[in-house]
Design a protein around this ligand. Sequence first.
Ligand code: C2E
Ligand code: MG
Ligand code: MG
Ligand code: MG
Length: 278
Amino acid sequence: RSKNSGGNRITFFSTEMNEQALIRLELESYLRKALQKNEFHLCYQPLIDLSTGKTYGSEALIRWNHPKLGLVSPGEFIPLAEETGLIEEIGSWVLRTACIQNKKWQMMGSRDLTISVNVSAHQFSQPSFIQEVTNALRDSGLEPQYLTLELTESTMLRNIDYSISVMKALQKLGVRVSIDDFGTGYSSLSYLRNLPINTLKIDRSFINNLKVDTTDIAIVKAIITMGHGLSVKVVAEGVETKEQIELLKQLNCHYAQGFYIHKPLMISDFENNLLQTI
Ligand code: C2E
Ligand code: MG
Ligand code: MG
Ligand code: MG
């Protein structure tokens, strides 16, 4: 079949490309059906208040369990969902599901429990986004101040003026806004001053190796100080050791999240381990 295609070299490359394209297409067709087939669920990773050690909320993290592929990580399928536009439907499912779950937990007694939901760039740029958030709040009965939307710097910087207007609309609704993976993007300090945000979430790459006498500690310290100056809360993500918790407390970091504290939990584990103690 390669006779007319211009020789071996080209055939070699195109075969490899075809294979990659096929894998992608296969994944895409699976992803298209995943919602209807109920293959998604959310895990909830606790967020703790470092001054009290108590859980005040959680971050919803999507999981895809495909019968043939097994567990596919969001790092793999979220980018594909973004490129194909499937993220609109998936993201809207995540938002509703997370709001409904958090409201349920509040009614079970954790009245001030908050929920953080990741929002991808494509989802954020949809004209219907604000309406979608409004609907999720209305349908779940969750009060807006208990919902935090996590955006990355790159999402916001795609179109900074538009982003600011959407963020202002969210603030007007009473929803909180957080910058996720903070420190890995390119937001300049002058942008930061003008962004209507409530929380900075320090990227886990700065926290994972955090020790005394490292450059990371200088960076983390600077971000926390800046957070205090800007009157925003600072969350450290990716806390993996006791030493890191102690350092973060010393630096007056408000909140923390990480495997050392809790892994992302299934609903039942969240309820068994945490709900009573909140
Ligand atoms: P993220 O929003 O920064 O979420 C934190 C990620 O770090 C999660 O990975 C979490 O399991 C992991 N993590 C938490 N603590 C630790 C720790 O101590 N050490 C290490 N090494 N990792 C830790 P996950 O669940 O695989 O999600 C990866 C990314 O996928 C998320 O990063 C987020 O960008 C995206 N994502 C996850 N769920 C959703 C969703 O529902 N919608 C959208 N748009 N994106 C999502
Ligand atoms: Mg996040
Ligand atoms: Mg993050
Ligand atoms: Mg991240």
